[in-house]
Ligand binder design. Structure first.
Ligand code: HEC
Length: 103
């Protein structure tokens, strides 16, 4: 119960500062989970692999946000990721930050 309230408070504070809070639920709602899992290889790379690869790269969140929206191939192999035009700029960035935080 206490934990729940704390999470709610933290969530509204983040919103107050203008940051969308991404979560596994948000990623699931966009169907990313059809091809991605945090730690199990599916059609696309795991979020752990992605977080490791870009751990030291400046601007990685912005770069991945763009890739989430436009899709593409060649970074992890020849299998292409389809564009995800339903994802807003704000959600794409929030999801990219969330993926980069997966360890
Ligand atoms: C139809 C399968 C599919 C779906 C759906 C999909 N992806 Fe991907 N994703 C891939 C593949 C395949 C790659 C590897 C692309 C490459 O090698 O450049 C990839 C790569 C990525 C990467 C790494 C990009 C890079 O350049 O290193 C991220 C981040 C990512 N996906 C996030 C998402 C998110 C978030 C969603 C949902 C909004 C999503 N994906 C939906 C298949 C998918």
């Amino acid at each position: 119960m206490t934990k729940h309230v704390a999470l709610l408070v933290a969530g509204s504070m983040l919103t107050a500062f203008g940051n969308a809070v991404a979560s596994p639920e948000m990623v699931r709602s966009y169907n990313c989970t059809a091809c991605h899992a945090e730690d199990k290889k599916k059609y696309g790379p795991t979020y752990q692999q992605v977080a490791l690869k870009y751990a030291d790269e400046a601007g990685a969140a912005e770069k991945l946000a763009k890739k989430i929206q436009t899709g593409g191939a060649g970074v992890w192999g020849n299998t292409p990721m389809p564009a995800q035009p339903r994802v807003s700029d704000e959600d794409a960035l929030a999801i990219a930050r969330y993926i980069l935080s997966v360890k």
